[in-house]
Design a protein around this ligand. Structure first.
Ligand SMILES: [Zn+2]
Length: 313
């Protein structure tokens, strides 16, 4: 009995040490460890494992949100000169562009990312990104994700990317994502509206590009647990929101942080953003369970004007 009393504290101490090491493996310094040991290899992403059951992984990967790029920039639309200067900075400082599928796979523990990874994204499918942004990306050796609107590309308007241009982007090694069908605020939609904007938009883009699209960008960055669950149920592997941080968490794969780019951003400010120096520090949140979709209702929901009208995301 006396021996047992002596051994119990030792056993308890060992258990504490083991548990502490396990938690550090996933929640403490793993961001730097995963980035330093990266070799560029990655496995296909999957969303089959519930997020609430996976260990917490945090990675530092800036995801930049662009809109239009043209000769005359303004607001959230960049001039070609400002955009080129930003790509110059990323190239000179050794950044490697990665897809959102790669980031999602790394956050699920299924892949490693290259050193200094960065994700470049373009919202709304403006026509100028084909003529003005893509050549700059290619000359710098970068790939980007273009979030297009299924409905707008059906308009055959030069203001927006045509399906032929979108297919050319794919052929040039760019990635395509879904930004809904008609750019409404999804939190205002019922189940039928959500299905059209999330599921039907995915089907339409896949039909016209002939390849799967697996990532989603919320119009206006507006989301709710119900909307995130609908995106997850539709088979997307990741979704991007808006958030001024370079940290990405494995329990927030359906609301990855993206930093808004603007034409008035100096190179110094840009550097501070992509390195995280000008952004708020990460918030220590406890792991969050995957959201659940409530019982669907019927009837179409209201729709909102486009980004350009509001000047928002
Ligand atoms: Zn948008």
């Amino acid at each position: 009995m006396r021996t047992l009393r002596l051994l119990l504290p030792v056993a308890f101490g060992l258990a504490v040490v083991l548990l502490t090491n396990v938690s550090l493996t996933y929640a403490g310094a793993p961001a730097e460890n995963l980035l330093q040991t990266a070799n560029g290899a990655f496995a296909p992403s999957t969303s089959s494992v519930p997020l609430s059951q996976t260990p917490l992984i945090t990675l530092e990967v800036p995801i930049l949100m662009y809109h239009d790029v043209s000769r005359m920039g303004g607001g959230i639309n960049l001039s070609t000169r400002v955009f080129s200067a930003q790509m110059d900075y990323l190239q000179k400082n050794g950044y490697t562009s990665v897809s959102l599928d790669q980031i999602a796979a790394a956050l699920r523990g299924q892949a490693t990312l290259p050193p200094k990874p960065i994700a470049l994204t373009f919202d709304d499918g403006w026509g100028h990104v084909y003529t003005d942004a893509m050549p700059v990306l290619q000359s710098h050796g970068f790939q980007a994700t273009f979030f297009v609107l299924a409905g707008y590309s059906n308009w055959h308007s030069p203001t927006y990317l045509s399906w032929e241009q979108i297919k050319s982007l794919c052929a040039a090694g760019m990635w395509i994502g879904v930004h809904s069908f008609t750019h409404p605020s999804l939190v205002r939609l019922n189940a039928i509206g959500l299905r059209r904007e999330i599921v039907d938009a995915k089907t339409e883009i896949e039909k016209n590009t002939g390849r799967p699209v697996t990532v989603f960008a919320y119009p206006y960055g507006a989301l709710s647990p119900r909307v995130m669950q609908a995106v997850q149920d539709a088979g997307y592997v990741a979704a991007v929101a808006i958030g001024p941080r370079i940290q990405q968490r494995s329990d927030q794969i359906y609301r990855l942080n993206r930093i808004t780019m603007s034409n008035g951003m100096t190179t110094a400010r840009f550097e501070a953003c992509v390195t995280g120096k000008a952004l708020p520090p990460p918030v220590a949140l406890p792991p969050q369970p995957a959201p659940r979709l409530p019982r669907p209702r019927t009837g179409p929901g209201p729709q909102s004007p486009t980004c350009r009208q509001f000047g928002c995301e």
